[in-house]
Design a protein around this ligand. Sequence first.
Ligand code: ATP
Length: 200
Amino acid sequence: MLVIGLTGGIASGKTAVSDRLAARGAAVIDTDLLAREIVAPGEPALAEIAAAFGPAALRPDGGLDRKALGAIVFADPAARERLNAITHPRIRERMAATLAALRRHDPAPPAAVLVVPLLFENGLDRLADESWVVDVDDAVQRARLIARDGLTPPEAEARIEAQMPRAEKLARATRIVRNDAGLAELDAEIDRVWRAAGLP
Ligand code: ATP
């Protein structure tokens, strides 16, 4: 089972790519989903967040108030560090456990794909055999981000600017999945990269 860390800038097409890898039999592990699971009611991380950030981080029903917590950590880098110290080890643990469970499957899938927006930033590429970067040119990225999320051009720009530069991601890629053209071209690109990785 080849473990692939899949990343790329905002709106580069990570979901479009991971859907297509799933269609080829890969198991897809979505970090955003894991990040939600570890803070579900009853999970230890939720209690730790409540202890660290107080009732402002919780909704009246006791669940995590993601919006309020987001506002707290957005404004305060030290608070963000505290939150990451609570959540990141658990996300990593759950990822590793999921990979171990997949390896025990008989037959194991040919590939497991960790979809991680901050793959390199958070060192999760260390769990993967290969890092695949979905890449689009700047103009395509802006246009897709604006169309999908209904942003103004300056809002889109700010979100792109907040991320690791494209060149840095590309420099760390084992393989690059180009996604500038349409979905038919993406299918062909996936086919090429899948074979290049020696997948069946
Ligand atoms: P995020 O970083 O926000 O999680 P993402 O990297 O998962 O985004 P997607 O949601 O897969 O990106 O793609 C961004 C947008 O671009 C979506 O609206 C998607 O439908 C569209 N898109 C992706 N690939 C293509 C393509 N090859 N042709 C046309 N549209 C595309």
